[in-house]
Ligand binder design. Structure first.
Ligand code: NAI
Ligand code: MG
Length: 372
């Protein structure tokens, strides 16, 4: 049966970059003789205008019936600025995350050798860097469960005293197990190594985390694994990034470490991500795939945005929700080929490179894919 893919382009550069990712998915159909059912719906500002809400119930229901969601970006204003009152575009993403229970956030970090110059690290440190972060997304410190202090902002939680605030870091075995298991499964399809990051010398949630990792690891004897303290990991990411294969960690550590690791590549426009949910699909797990960047209102509508983050997100979708690893690899190699040939969008422009717009970059990836 055909896989169904829901595309939610959203705001700003979202529609520009997802249009290129869609072209690449069409090229995958042609090149590999596959057929996808592809739908597209409004989210964000256009949905608010047309349907009165950032994501309608109908759209949500159609997402629930698809195998995967390819998401652009939502948000109209530079971060930090908030419109007053009324529905906000960001609510689309919040609702999708909450109701689908996405618990694992994947971020592959693989700087192209031809772009080492765009990174802040020396090329000899970057050589061979190819890792996937698996960040727990549904629990931990960001979901502290204590009640807020009456009369205080809801962000400030109860300690019994007015002059204190507390956050709680709670993990259940089940929450740890499912994300760790996803990490081991991903590692089994890669170089077969998991680094589990925690702070077990001071946090009891990390002690539990380690125990669960040791147990899940027994299900995967072919995958090597290690425990690493988060502070050590922060150093090693910039000293010896090529040593990592799959890194799995809890929510807060993952938030910080993924931002650190993203600096190993040149630009936020290059980076894809996946959020995996609990439902199994025919080829893997239901998930939401999106570039790491936002709606970039400063460059929207100018055919300037780098579509590679969105295109590589489509590759992740093929691999993790549709079970099409070969097709995913072909997309990644096509991107690598175009970048190696010196074509760059302005965000990653270096001297000697050929600057192309969003559409031409997409077209070149399609051409490379069809010629493979
Ligand atoms: P942003 O990622 O949209 O932009 C940050 C900077 O990176 C800007 O200078 C932008 O021009 C540049 N940039 C982003 N994507 C690019 C691309 N594909 N190619 C070239 N350059 C690119 O983050 P910002 O400015 O903090 O947020 C803008 C809006 O996006 C806000 O409304 C924010 O809430 C929303 N946002 C949405 C996200 C999502 O939908 N998942 C994630 C992050 C932000
Ligand atoms: Mg962050």
């Amino acid at each position: 049966t055909n896989a169904t893919i829901m595309i939610l382009p959203g705001d700003g550069v979202g529609p520009e970059v997802t249009a290129q990712a869609l072209n690449v998915l069409r090229a995958v159909e042609e090149r590999f003789g596959r057929t996808f059912t592809i739908r597209s719906r409004l989210v964000g500002l256009d949905a608010i205008e047309a349907e009165g809400t950032a994501i309608s119930d109908d759209t949500f229901e159609e997402c629930a019936q698809s195998d995967a969601i390819l998401f652009g970006a939502v948000g109209s204003l530079p971060a930090g600025e908030r419109r007053s009152g009324g529905p906000r575009p960001e609510q689309a993403l919040f609702r999708l995350r909450k109701e689908f229970g996405f618990f694992a956030n994947l971020r592959p970090i693989r700087p192209s050798e031809s772009m080492y110059g765009a990174s802040s690290l020396k090329p000899e440190h970057l050589k061979g860097t190819d890792m996937v972060f698996v960040r727990e997304l549904s629990a931990g410190l960001y979901y502290g469960h204590m009640e807020s202090i009456p009369g205080k902002p809801s962000e400030i939680r109860h300690t019994g005293r007015d002059t204190e605030a507390v956050d709680t870091l709670l993990y259940t075995e089940a929450e740890i197990e499912r994300v760790v298991r996803a990490a081991f499964e991903i590692a089994a399809g890669r170089r077969g190594k998991v680094t589990s990051v925690d702070k077990a010398n001071v946090l009891s949630s990390s002690v539990l985390w380690r125990r669960v990792v040791d147990r899940v690891a027994r299900e995967h004897p072919a995958v090597a694994y290690e425990h690493m303290l988060v502070d050590t990991c922060a150093m090693r990411l910039v000293r010896t990034p090529a040593d990592f294969d799959v890194v799995v960690t809890e929510n807060l550590f993952g938030d910080i470490l993924t931002d650190e690791a993203s600096m190993l590549t040149g630009s936020i426009g290059m980076l894809p991500s996946a959020s995996l949910g609990v439902r199994r699909t025919q080829g893997g797990m239901f998930g939401l795939y999106e570039p790491v960047h936002g709606s970039a209102p400063d460059i929207a509508g100018r055919n300037e945005a780098n579509p590679i983050g969105a295109i590589l997100s489509a590759a992740l979708l093929l691999r993790h929700s549709l079970g099409l690893g070969k097709e995913a690899g072909a997309v990644e190699e096509a991107v690598e080929e175009v970048v190696r040939a010196g074509y760059r969008t302005v965000d990653v422009h270096e001297s000697g490179a050929t600057v192309v717009g969003t559409q031409e970059m997409g077209r070149r990836v399609v051409d490379a894919l069809l010629q493979r």
